[in-house]
Ligand binder design. Sequence first.
Ligand SMILES: Nc1ncnc2c1ncn2[C@@H]1O[C@H](COP(=O)(O)OP(=O)(O)OP(=O)(O)O)[C@@H](O)[C@H]1O
Ligand SMILES: [Mg+2]
Length: 386
Amino acid sequence: MVRLLLVGGKGGVGKTTISGATAVWAAQNGFKTLLISSDPAHSISDSFEQKIGDKPTSIQGINNLDGLEIDLKREMKEIEPLLKQALNEPFEKLGVTGFDFYSGDLMFPGLDEALAFNKLITYVENPEYDFVIFDTAPTGHTLRFLSLPELLDSWLLKLLKFRSTIQKIASLFSGKKDTTIEELEKLSRRVKHTRRLLADSQITSFMFVCIPEAMAVLETKRALHILQDYRITAHSLVVNNIYPEECDCKMCSSRRKIQKKYLNRLNEEFPSLTIAKVPLFEEEVKGIPMLEKISQLLYGLKQENAQLPLDLSSAVTFDETGEKHIIRISLPAADKADLQLRGEKNNLKLVINGIDYQIPLPFTLREENIEAEFQPNYLVINISKK
Ligand SMILES: Nc1ncnc2c1ncn2[C@@H]1O[C@H](COP(=O)(O)OP(=O)(O)OP(=O)(O)O)[C@@H](O)[C@H]1O
Ligand SMILES: [Mg+2]
């Protein structure tokens, strides 16, 4: 992934609609895009009017676009056994059996969300996507979500300390690989990677969505302060549901007046944000043609008349000379120690923090011909043609 966009704002202001429109624009301009939501209401499915699952699902009607609705409860179940084992195993080795020292949410408040974050990391690290958009739940919830890498990191650190202390005291695992520690370390590295990605303003940005009313000013101000604490940069504010100029009935004229007052205030209060406006539509805002229409209002047709800049690039690029193929993979904020590379005929297998990703190649390779060089934020792979 090259860019991560977090979309936040109060309930019902149009986050899913604006996230969807942004995803449509990016995909239609040739960038492999993943739109993620953790909303149990399956909002992406509703917005695109098609079923999207809890695995990346290709969105029909738009090339290059996958959707994913994370199921928080299920993600928690996936990783819970590792935490359980990390706590209980040392006691079992000491002969203390029949107890469960793991007490889930009591021990780690907010555990379910933290573990869902684990899933998000997998997709954010995935070199297959150029652009990942995370359509978040309403503001308060989103901002709590941002504290999860820190929380998860501190729990993992405690668990790791606990495991290694027990290990030293009892010398129980001498000579044997402690696979639980390995797993915890892998997870901890992935969480750290995500923290680095979130804090890097070249990669991650935050987009607010609001409607022009008194609450929007307060809410945006509050959220900006909190984002600063997490070192996350907000670039843009989309003001949605603006009464169109065309209608001069009493109600629309009066509403427009009120909205103008708050729009002016938003402009004054947030000079560092690029502010885009989306009108209130009379038709239902659902389905690809409507999302396409909003995408063009925001980002323009081929970026002409764009209200918002969207600076995207491809995560994987292929080049060749007479002697070699050159593949450049964008791996922002990755650590060399987190990576492993293998070649398999028409595939490069990249292992990032213990998770496999496949990069299909337009040619067949022999492993002995591969030479990789890690540069900050990039892996450059030279494959000799001989
Ligand atoms: N500009 C608009 N004009 C008319 N209707 C709109 C507009 N933007 C969004 N809507 C409609 O408003 C409703 C709420 O929008 P949306 O689901 O995008 O909000 P949300 O912020 O994601 O909500 P939630 O907080 O529940 O996730 C939807 O029915 C959507 O179709
Ligand atoms: Mg939504």
